[in-house]
Design a protein around this ligand. Structure first.
Ligand SMILES: Nc1ncnc2c1ncn2[C@@H]1O[C@H](COP(=O)(O)OP(=O)(O)OP(=O)(O)O)[C@@H](O)[C@H]1O
Ligand SMILES: [Mg+2]
Length: 376
């Protein structure tokens, strides 16, 4: 077991000027499960491959424990990698696939057999040890690939989208198995996925990458509660956080007929930068519904317009326990799309209007120009 550190690690592919991974700094603790997540092409696989020794590091360093492995060949790094396509040998049995690396390393046969059997027990593969990979289901093949990594007892596991070939249901159950297996073995793990739900459910910490640049490394909770910038705010969470640009007014921001109080320091920081607007983020579950009715009845019958922001309900997704309302609202003179979570028993009809108010203390404020977070 060991710590892993990326120390300003940079990869520039030949023929390219822009780094695929740019000065990556992450300190991974001994035994930690760290997930690298981000959109396609952001540099996740490149980062993992640099750690594996499959990709040159053009600047900076990579350390495993106190060893500088930046220029070591893969075989000397004491890591085991699980790939998306599993890369099993088709002509070998499950047992031989799992034990192959040990055989190459000259480990005695009886010892290999013991390690393979132990791993098979953990992974529920005992009855398949004599089979060839083609006679296994996708999920079983995935477990064989895991078994091959486990028997080597490496200092670090590296996994690049190991669940992407599985169907949705199997993916959910396998991600729980991998996470609990990792906790049991306590082996430092770096796991790559483009799926933010996978990242949030599996990782002790999550690192979000965009265009080769690290945006934030944090626990799933902090990543959700305090996204460091607009990119992370929009990327983490499903459905995504509502982000609306609003003019800075004294002491708050106007949401329809309500003024949502916003930390003065945040607004001052924005105007000090020369911004005249801020971007306010509200997660779908952080709106309170203050009134609900038919599209035309609410607005005309009273002098006092209802509080909050009027959202026209366009689409309703009923999920049982709760529901998501996809609607539009006038914010700052523009029509904005918004998503509001409602209780499963209070789902509004399409074509009606909901009046919502962002819950106090649950709004996020970002600088419109730089995207950085302004609230604590
Ligand atoms: N061998 C290569 N030569 C040149 N450019 C490459 C090479 N491999 C990757 N790239 C580029 O480097 C960038 C990062 O690629 P990388 O494979 O690390 O992305 P990723 O985050 O793993 O994406 P995905 O989610 O699609 O797997 C991309 O712009 C890609 O086009
Ligand atoms: Mg990749």
């Amino acid at each position: 077991m060991a710590t892993v550190s990326f120390d300003k690690a940079t990869r520039i592919y030949p023929g390219s000027e822009k780094p695929a991974v740019d000065s990556l700094n992450i300190e991974i603790e001994d035994g930690e499960f760290l997930v690298l997540v981000g959109p396609s092409g952001c540099g996740k696989s490149t980062s993992l491959r640099m750690l594996a020794g499959l990709e040159d590091v053009n600047a900076g360093a990579i350390r495993i424990g106190d060893r500088d492995v930046t220029h070591l060949p893969p075989k000397d790094r004491d890591i085991a990698m699980v790939f998306q396509n599993y890369a099993l040998y088709p002509h070998m049995t499950v047992a031989d696939n799992m034990g192959f690396a040990l055989k190459i390393a000259g480990v005695p046969k009886a010892e290999i057999r013991k390690k393979v059997e132990d791993a098979a027990k953990i992974l529920d593969l005992t009855e398949y040890l004599g089979r060839k990979p083609k006679a296994l289901s996708g999920g079983q093949r995935q477990r064989v690939a895991m078994g091959r990594a486990i028997v080597r007892e490496p200092q670090v596991f590296l996994m690049d989208e190991p669940l992407s070939n599985l169907d949705a249901k199997l993916r959910v159950s396998t991600r729980t198995q991998i996470a609990s297996l990792q906790r049991r073995l306590g082996i430092t793990t770096v796991y790559v996925t483009h799926d933010q739900v996978e990242a949030m459910t599996m990782g002790d910490r999550v690192a979000v990458l965009k265009d080769g640049l690290l945006q934030q490394v944090d626990s799933p909770r902090n990543m959700y509660d305090r996204p460091a910038n607009l990119f992370v705010a929009g990327f983490i969470g499903s459905p995504a956080m509502n982000l609306v640009e609003v003019p800075i007014t004294d002491g708050g921001v106007k949401f329809g007929n309500s003024v949502v109080p916003v930390n003065r320091d945040a607004l001052k920081a924005a105007s000090d930068k020369g911004d005249t607007t801020v971007t306010v983020g509200v997660r779908p579950e952080h709106f309170d519904v203050v009134e609900h009715g038919a599209a035309d009845s609410l607005s005309k019958d009273s002098d006092a317009a209802p509080a909050g922001l009027a959202v026209s309900v366009n689409v309703v997704e009923e999920l049982g326990a709760d529901g998501y309302v996809y609607g539009t609202a006038q914010v700052g003179g523009e029509t904005k799309d918004l998503v509001v979570r409602v209780g499963g028993r209070q789902v509004p009809e399409k074509g009606t209007k909901l009046h919502v108010v962002p819950r106090a203390g649950e709004t996020h404020v970002f600088a419109t120009s730089s995207g950085e977070r302004l609230t604590d």
